[in-house]
Every structure is written in C-alpha cells, then in structure tokens.
Design a protein around this ligand. Structure first.
Ligand SMILES: NC(=O)c1ccc[n+]([C@@H]2O[C@H](COP(=O)([O-])OP(=O)(O)OC[C@H]3O[C@@H](n4cnc5c(N)ncnc54)[C@H](O)[C@@H]3O)[C@@H](O)[C@H]2O)c1
Ligand SMILES: O=C(O)C(=O)C[C@@H](O)[C@H](O)[C@H](O)COP(=O)(O)O
Ligand SMILES: [Zn+2]
Length: 371
C-alpha cells in the first residue's frame, strides 16, 4: 500500500495543451510557511493581496494568515462574508469586486481563498472574472475543501437556488493546507467532507475505499496520519482527473458521482442539508442503480451503504418525494442534449458516465432515497 502518511506535496500539471497550468498542493501543520510558498511561485509578484474568508473562519484564522503574509506586499486587505451556502451568490461576488475596485487591485494582484468550499468557489469566481481574471490561491480549512473543492479550478455561485449555475474554470496558483485547522471543524462538517472522500474512493481508488473500511476508528477520530493519508489520496485522484480533462468535456464528469441526485436533494432541502451529506444520499441512489444495472454485486452495494452510514452520512431523506427529486435533477445542469448525465460504477474504484438512464430508472433510484 502506498505510504501517504507523511506531509509532502504533489503538483497538478497540465502544460503545453493550450490551457496549460501547473500548481503545487502542499500539506503543512501551520500557516507559517505560506509566505515562503508564495514567494516560490514564479511570475507571482502582486502589490495587493486580499484574503477572503467567511465570518467563522475569519474569527478563527484570519489574523494568523494575515500575520503569515505580513511584509510580503505593500497592501494586505481582507474581505469577510457571513458563513454558509446562502452567501454563495452573485451579491457576495459583487461585494468582493467593490473592495477590489476601491483598493485599486490590478491584473497582477492576488486573492486568497481562506476557508471551505463556499469561500473557494466564491473567491475563485471573483478572481476568474475581476479584470477578466487575476490570480488566486486556495487555503482550504474544511475536510471537503482539502479533499475536493480546492483542487481543480471549478469556481462559481448558486443562482436562483440552482447549484453552481454560474461559474468559470479558473485554476489556483497554489493549494496550501494547514492540517491543524481540522481540529476546530465541527463534526457535521467533517461528515460532509467524508461524503466527498467516499465518492473519490468509489470512482477511482478501490485501495482508498479499503483503507476507509479497515481504518474506521483512526479516520473517524481524525488521527493526523490517517487524515494525511486520506487527503493525499483524494488530491491525487482529483489532480489526475483534472489534468486529463480540466474543463469537463468528458472523464471529469466522474467527479460528479452522487451529485445528480445529490444536488437535487440539496436544492429541494432548501440547502438545509450540507453538500457532502447530499452527495452521500446521491451516492446511495447511484450505487443502487449500479447494482440494478448489474455493475456492482449486492455485497459491494451493502458495503458502500455500511461505510457511508459508519461515517455518519445519511442514506435517505425525509419530507421529499421521488418526483420532486427527479424534477430538480432534470432542471439542474446535468442535462446534455435532453439526456441526463449520470455516473455509475462498474465496480468499486471504477466509475463511468452513462447518458442512457431512463426517467423510470431515475425515479426508482430517487424512491430508494425517500423514506
Ligand atoms: N469547486 C469544487 O470543485 C467543489 C467541490 C466540492 C464542493 N464544492 C462546493 O463547496 C461547498 C461546500 O464546502 P464546505 O463543506 O467546505 O462548506 P463551507 O465553506 O460553507 O464550510 C462549512 C462551514 O465550516 C466552517 N469552517 C470552515 N473551516 C473551519 C474550521 N477549520 N474550523 C471550524 N469551522 C470551519 C465555515 O465557516 C462554514 O460554516 C458547496 O457550495 C459545494 O457546492 C465545490
Ligand atoms: O471538480 C469537479 O469536477 C466536481 O464535480 C467536484 C464536485 O464535488 C463539486 O461538488 C462540483 O462543484 C460539482 O460541480 P457541478 O459542475 O456539478 O456543479
Ligand atoms: Zn461535490
């Protein structure tokens, strides 16, 4: 088994293909090395830096991050918004633009996304669009952001209650993780992150799935060695998929495992359920359909349910009907040429994209989730 228990770095690379990019992903135990990591990035010479954080993360870590950056640039700003998915909208992006305009940020300046996926998506989208694109870095502080959202350059906001309806692909220049921040992460947010961890294992890393199954106590207790192993494994999978297909023309779609039904549940719940919890619910539906299609055996389906439940993920949702979940799935952006894009499993660790899932199959899968 690969030893991923040491902190280290990997590099996301895609060069000379027209949309080339390359950036390091670093695992550290404090914010102290952030300035050095930034100074090592060639051609990154901002005069102004704005750290974007939500209210909770700002209270916990903003000062430490500003201290870590002290002395690097003449102008160091911060922008703080109310924590929660409700802030992931164009109004907050507009508020970020206002600060950037007021402080005369130019094309060479930099945004720092300090926080979870909401902050990364928002700050990344502001960076993608302000002056037609400025640099940004990701400093992820939730498990979900460390295993998924900080890598790969999907940025954006919700629009009229539709998830991520407006956005852009814009790769960060650096992903810097301070692993110690996981100590303050509330349990429900940890569980939400585990939704994306299990997703990653199911789509491309059977060995990681076994690790999650066999090291339950260590992972659940957030033991540092187990966390580094899990987070590195997820970043390796994500980096590999994104390098292959940065703008989701094809294979990147597998990162959406559990999201077709998951995003629909998230929308129908009025965002009262967390993203990773909804992905967990959606994965049960997608795994059930994989079983029915003869992709995975009954035993694998049971094991997926068992592992999801062990890590605290829900396997069903109350108060919703299968019909409304299907309706919401079909009005999400998963449709291509009138067909829904659904991700299924050949086996644990091997996902594929299927564009032939019928309405009745979708309805049956949604019915499995409604109790
Ligand atoms: N761009 C992508 O590739 C991608 C991938 C997955 C998810 N997402 C998006 O990410 C979002 C979910 O991200 P999230 O789960 O990180 O949510 P989040 O950013 O809202 O963070 C969750 C909560 O945890 C708090 N928090 C963050 N770090 C903390 C810490 N170290 N200690 C204590 N509290 C902390 C935040 O203040 C917030 O209240 C969704 O909008 C989802 O659509 C994007
Ligand atoms: O990076 C990707 O690609 C993903 O699909 C990762 C997902 O976990 C994430 O939730 C993403 O934001 C979903 O993308 P969307 O295009 O379906 O909104
Ligand atoms: Zn997701």
């Amino acid at each position: 088994m690969t030893d991923r228990s040491e902190t280290a770095s990997i590099t996301v690379k895609r060069m000379n293909k027209g949309d080339g990019f390359s950036y390091p992903i670093l695992w550290e135990h404090s914010f102290a090395g952030l300035q050095k990591a930034l100074r090592e990035i060639p051609d990154l010479h901002p005069s102004r830096v704005c750290v974007v954080a939500d209210s909770t993360v700002a209270d916990l870590y903003l000062e430490e991050v500003l201290d870590a950056l002290d002395g690097w640039v003449p102008t160091l700003e911060s922008f703080v918004f109310p924590a929660g998915e409700e802030s992931k909208n164009l109004a907050t992006v507009s508020d970020i633009y206002q600060v950037l305009v007021a402080k005369h940020f130019d094309r060479k300046d930099l945004l720092v996304a300090l926080g979870g996926g909401v902050t990364g998506d928002l700050a990344g989208f502001a960076a993608a669009t302000y002056l037609r694109g400025i640099d940004f870095i990701q400093v992820p502080t939730t498990l979900l952001a460390q295993v998924d959202s900080s890598v790969g350059g999907k940025t954006g906001v919700d629009f009229q209650k539709y998830k991520n309806m407006v956005g852009a692909f814009h790769q960060p220049r650096l992903v810097y993780m301070n692993m110690s921040v996981l100590r303050t992460l509330p349990e429900n947010q940890f569980v939400s992150g585990m939704g994306e961890v299990i997703k990653t294992a199911l789509i491309r890393d059977a060995e990681l799935f076994r690790y999650l199954d066999e090291n339950r106590a260590a992972v659940k207790a957030r033991e540092p060695a187990a966390m580094i192993h899990v987070i590195r494994a997820c970043c390796e999978v994500k980096a590999a998929v994104v390098e292959e297909d940065p703008t989701e023309r094809g294979i990147r779609g597998i990162l959406n495992y559990g999201h077709t039904l998951g995003h629909a549940v998230e929308k129908c719940s009025g965002f009262s359920l967390l993203h990773g919890q909804c992905v967990g619910i959606g994965m049960i539906g997608a795994s059930w359909l994989s079983l029915r299609r003869g992709g995975i055996p009954e035993e694998a389906f049971r094991k997926i349910c068992e592992v999801c439940l062990f890590y605290g993920l829900p396997d069903s949702v109350s108060g919703l009907t299968p019909e409304e979940i299907v309706e919401a799935s079909k009005s999400d952006k998963k449709m291509e040429g009138g067909k829904i894009k659904f991700i299924l499993l050949h086996q644990i660790g091997d996902a594929y994209i299927d564009k032939n899932v019928s309405d009745s199959e979708l309805l049956d899968a949604a019915a499995v989730l409604c109790r």
